[in-house]
Design a protein around this ligand. Structure first.
Ligand code: D5M
Ligand code: FE
Ligand code: ZN
Length: 472
């Protein structure tokens, strides 16, 4: 049993205030483990603990949580929450919001100075810490990394020496991510020699929530209906299997259909050349799955909505043939299944990360998901392959920390554990395309990840052969 006084005191002990609704909810649950999990998982810069910090807690009054079912909740990215037309001023707000929020996560772990203040002569050759947005990153002729870091007061050049420990982390720096740097100023005060790189990161103490009741979710991505490389036989085996499986949820992280006019010469590789018919065909495939399944569908870069992220949910005019048990969400979307939060993101920023990071490759998407978690951001770099629609808020930040980060896009299955968060790239239902052959991308198609919501243990089911194989 937990009384309200104990709950309030527990939060005060960790310097947190708590909303009365949260206190009422935790008192009703009477679950001390849940209380501890909430205490350990609230983001570092939280002042007041709200419903959004409590896994499984119902609709809150601020309207950001959208309850579709007792067991499925769209915490962020419900249909209709993005898509407005924005002006130049919004980009300023957008990056300011990113800097304030992610910088705040770093600030709680160090005492940082404003960059402008470091111009004073007395700081020359002194140790100091700054927090900023990476405005430029390049390699020097000697192979060191030089970064321009910008905060709201000014810009500072930072040098990461290739012979110092931790240089590998500096090699993964991307334009527009928010970092902190501890180091020493040069004798003219114009350059900071970095000793340590600080990222917003996931705390080591992060304890993921697990469901109190049995439940399984299947995670898939990149179905690409309408393409001549869509694996219909493998899909039929998957469909047959799921009809008899004790699974409650099916999540797909985008590229539901192959789309029209997505790449040059696509027409010749389409078996369904009309976008409405592509969605209708997928609707029919989903009609034959059990109606008890909750199916959550997000868009990707092949879908009919705008490419800029956050991408809106698939509009209703394309979903007439889909069964009623489908829920259409944005890309990205944070979805709670029995309290287990899955952050669905198609993963287009992985193209940018691979292009900008030495040694990164399409063969292995797992490090890319870890880097997203370290940066607490899904797509930091603006103006490359991933189009971003600015808003007054940055919807691509990772906060709260989910139990599972789910991506797709690269068509290669991959999994990783990072500080208690499970990262899963769900692969594809399309075999290698001519373009991927050219790019030397070798997909791992026809795999579905089954996630046990009580244990958070994932199991890979491979449908590519005549017989389904469990890969473990
Ligand atoms: O992406 C399928 C695969 O192709 C995925 O591995 C990314 C890669 N891809 C897609 N577009 C590009 C570009 N423009 N450059 C490099 N690599 C790319 P899909 O979104 O299904 O087409
Ligand atoms: Fe795809
Ligand atoms: Zn894609």
């Amino acid at each position: 049993m937990l009384d309200t006084e104990t709950i309030v005191q527990r939060f005060l002990d960790t310097k947190l205030q708590v909303h009365p609704e949260v206190v009422r909810y935790l008192a009703e649950k009477g679950d001390n483990d849940l209380l501890e999990r909430v205490v350990s998982s609230v983001p570092d810069n939280t002042i007041v603990v709200l419903a959004q910090h409590v896994p499984g807690m119902g609709l809150s009054k601020d309207g950001t949580r959208f309850l579709t079912d007792p067991e499925v909740e769209i915490i962020n990215g419900s249909e209709g929450s993005s898509g407005g037309v924005l002006g130049v001023a919004d980009y300023l707000h957008y990056f300011r919001n990113r800097y304030d929020h992610l910088g705040g996560l770093i600030r709680s772990r160090c005492s940082a100075m404003p960059i402008e203040a470091l111009k004073k002569p007395r700081y020359r050759e002194e140790k100091c810490t700054i927090i900023g947005l990476v405005s430029e990153v390049k390699s020097t002729t000697k192979g060191h990394r030089r970064v321009d870091l910008e905060d709201t007061t000014g810009t500072m050049a930072v040098l990461f020496n290739k012979d110092r420990p931790g240089f590998a982390e500096a090699e993964t720096l991307l334009p527009d991510e928010v970092i902190g740097v501890k180091g020493s100023l040069s004798s003219d005060g114009k350059l900071l020699f970095a000793d340590q790189l600080l990222r917003p990161d996931v705390p080591h103490s992060h304890a993921p929530y697990t469901s109190n009741t049995p439940g399984k979710a299947v995670l898939i991505s990149d179905i690409h209906v309408g393409s001549d490389t869509f694996l219909d036989d493998a899909w039929d085996r998957f469909s047959e299997w799921i009809r008899g499986a004790d699974v409650s949820y099916l999540l797909c992280a985008g590229d539901l259909v192959d789309g029209i006019g997505i790449y040059p010469g696509q027409e010749a590789e389409l078996t369904i050349k009309n976008i409405y018919e592509q969605y209708d065909f997928l609707g029919e495939l989903l009609q034959s799955l059990p109606s008890r399944l909750k199916i959550i569908l997000a868009p990707g870069n092949h879908d009919v909505v705008r490419g800029a992220e956050p991408q809106p949910a698939i509009p209703r005019k394309f979903t007439g043939k889909f069964p009623d048990n489908c829920i259409f969400v944005e890309n990205p979307a944070l979805v709670s299944l029995q309290g287990v939060r899955v952050l669905m993101y198609h993963g287009r920023s992985i193209d940018d990360q691979i292009g900008l990071t030495p040694g990164a490759s399409y063969e292995n998407p797992s490090p890319m998901m870890e880097w997203m978690l370290k940066r607490r951001h899904l797509a930091p770099t603006y103006g490359r392959k991933t189009p971003i629609a600015a808003d007054r808020q940055d919807h691509l930040m990772i906060d709260p920390i989910p139990e599972v980060l789910m991506t797709g896009h690269v068509h290669v299955m991959g999994m990783a554990q990072y500080h208690g968060t499970l990262a899963i790239n769900a692969g594809t239902w399309q075999s290698q395309t001519a373009f991927q052959k050219q790019m030397n991308i070798n997909p791992t198609p026809a795999r579905a990840v089954v996630l046990d919501l009580q244990t958070l243990v994932p199991t890979v089911h491979d449908f590519s052969g005549e017989e389904m194989v469990i890969l473990g």
